[in-house]
Design a protein around this ligand. Structure first.
Ligand code: H2B
Length: 96
């Protein structure tokens, strides 16, 4: 099982993740994405879904037409783990 990241390691990782916002109790990170249309947004979600299955790590997300809001957290540890960082980097790279 993944371990909860220490504050220091978390901050270090977050500094390299542009646009991701840490929630107040430091248990999750979120970012919103906007696309040209629903087709582009859903394609983005599909790629993330395939990765999520590989990692057994799934985003909490919300989609309305061309926007996708993503929150990442590791429920098993009650906070953020290395898996959230891996997923955030993957998502950011996809979005470009
Ligand atoms: N996704 C996320 N984001 N956090 C988890 O703790 C988590 C998950 N746990 N996907 C996995 C599935 C767990 O529930 C299963 C049983 O492995």
């Amino acid at each position: 099982m993944s371990k909860k990241l220490t504050d220091g390691v978390l901050m270090q990782n977050l500094s390299g993740l542009e646009g991701w916002k840490l929630n107040d109790d430091k248990t999750a990170i979120s970012r919103s994405f906007k696309f040209a249309d629903f087709n582009a947004a859903f394609g983005f979600m599909t790629r993330i879904a395939l990765k999520a299955e590989q990692l057994d790590h799934h985003p909490d997300w919300h989609n309305v037409y061309n926007t996708v809001d993503i929150t990442l957290s590791t429920h098993d540890v009650g906070g953020l783990s290395d898996k959230d960082i891996v997923m955030a980097r993957f998502v950011s790279a996809l979005a470009g």
